[in-house]
Design a protein around this ligand. Structure first.
Ligand code: GLN
Ligand code: MG
Ligand code: MG
Ligand code: MG
Length: 441
């Protein structure tokens, strides 16, 4: 547990570290990494390490292509998936312009800015994401490796040895794992981390994705966070449990309220509900993400909240009703292929906006929203999430809230990137069309 550069330099000597990886992400949350030898480390802490920003997606501005990666010593950890002899360590980096100012295209900076806004009000933001994934025989197709379902145990669950090794690998890096189980779809799995402070959790989510893929590889299996790899069964979500603490107390908690929610808690949820369609392009950033957000697969489609009902967008879990530290809201729309930094930032921005403007929380919807017809949905004032990437990108483009949160640079570049992706997709001729139309038209 390093606190500063000196701690890191000592750890590198004590553990005989061979290389130190510098990690950061592009605007889509793709992990970028380069490694340095320990003798470079001291100057790297002082001056950062230079790299060519114009080669990184969303960093593209030829005229400012010289970027600096400045490692954050608090994130120093030994990589549990690398050899234990002469181990490899890694740190997350903040990206700076050559003049030392934070780079506005850096997702970590966007999250930091939003967390600072919360901190100004005395809030610490805690998140607990549940990342689901599929295990397939290889990356060329969707050949399942077991036929298990929700909570199935071996012999139906054939992923348990892989999950076990993933958990050991996570624990070796100091991450607390709470749950692990087979998910609803065949060959689908989930490993849940204990909630923690948001920046640490965003870094953890990046590490989690690496570990899951690396460990699966060692077993000769391919792990994927693709949101909806198979037609007709559940997709993979990343439900995000969220709460705000102030002076060690859970701000969302009120023991006397019928939902055990304080006015701030309610306004926070109202903020999420109101702005979710605008930020869905961030939490669900791929064409494929919208194949998951359809009725019938435990993924949300409509904007509503409930305590128990899992068809809604937001759930206030009631496992331990009235227990202060367990009081939280769960947003069910994000998927595990999102950029965790931007994903957590837009959620928090929406919730804070709700608190600031004292948004009113609508009534919970405890019936199955998927069973409601259009007039009933309208009667309840229930709107829908964007139906595809194009709608989501347009909603994001119009959103002042998302623009303010992401900053002009990422807001504009993400929109352009997503429209390009949509155009590439919409001009394809799919298997479905050939099967449906060719024989009859
Ligand atoms: N896989 C579902 C989703 O897409 C969630 C299922 C569950 O966690 N119960 O969000
Ligand atoms: Mg779960
Ligand atoms: Mg799940
Ligand atoms: Mg959940």
């Amino acid at each position: 547990n390093c606190k500063n550069a000196d701690d890191v330099l000592k750890a590198v000597r004590d553990y005989n570290i061979s290389f130190v990886q510098f990690w950061f992400v592009d605007i889509l949350g793709t992990l970028k990494s380069f490694q340095i030898t320990p003798k470079e480390l001291e100057s790297a802490f002082e001056e950062g390490m230079g790299f060519d920003g114009s080669s990184i997606l969303g960093f593209t501005r030829i005229e400012e292509s010289d970027m600096i990666a400045l490692p954050d010593p608090k994130t120093f950890q030994i990589c549990s998936w690398r050899p234990s002899q002469r181990p490899v360590a890694r740190m997350f980096c903040d990206i700076q312009n050559p003049d030392g100012t934070p780079y506005e295209g850096d997702s970590r900076w966007v999250l930091k800015k939003t967390l600072n806004k919360a901190a100004d009000k005395g809030y610490t933001f805690y998140v607990g994401p549940e990342l689901e994934f599929f295990l397939f025989a290889n990356e060329k197709g969707t050949q399942i490796i077991d036929k298990g379902g929700y909570f199935d145990a071996p012999p139906l669950d054939l992923g348990n040895d892989i999950r076990r090794d993933i958990i050991f690998s996570l624990e070796e890096m100091g991450y607390d794992v709470e749950y692990s189980h087979h998910e609803v779809a065949p060959s689908q799995h989930e490993i849940d981390l204990r909630y923690s402070e948001c920046m640490r959790m965003a870094d953890t989510a990046m590490t989690y994705r690496v570990i899951v893929k690396k460990v699966a590889r060692k077993h000769g299996i391919y792990a994927t966070f693709m949101p909806k790899p198979m037609y007709g069964v559940n997709g993979s979500g990343m439900h995000v449990h969220q709460s705000l603490f102030k002076n060690g107390r859970n701000v969302f908690f009120d023991p006397n309220d019928e939902y055990h929610l304080s006015p701030e808690g309610k306004s926070y949820i109202a903020g999420i509900l109101k702005h979710c369609p605008e930020f869905t392009c961030v939490t669900n950033q791929w064409v494929n993400s919208y194949k998951r957000l359809v009725p019938g697969y435990e993924a949300p489609v409509y904007v509503a909240w409930a305590r128990k009902n899992r068809s809604t967008l937001v759930r206030v879990p009631m496992y331990k009703p009235g227990k202060e530290c367990a009081t939280r809201m769960e947003l069910r729309s994000p998927d595990p292929a999102a950029n965790p930094y931007l994903c957590f930032a837009v959620m928090l921005a929406a919730g804070l906006k709700g608190i600031e403007e004292e948004y009113k929380l609508p009534d919970p919807i405890e019936e199955n929203v998927f069973a409601m017809d259009a007039p009933t949905l309208e009667e309840h004032g229930i709107t829908a999430l964007p139906g595809n990437l194009y709608e989501a990108a347009v909603a994001m483009k119009k959103s002042e809230l998302v623009k303010e949160c992401l900053g002009e640079h990422i807001h504009t570049n993400l929109y352009k990137n997503k429209i390009k992706e949509w155009d590439a997709y919409r001009t394809q001729i799919t298997e479905y069309e050939l099967k449906t139309y060719l024989p009859v038209l």
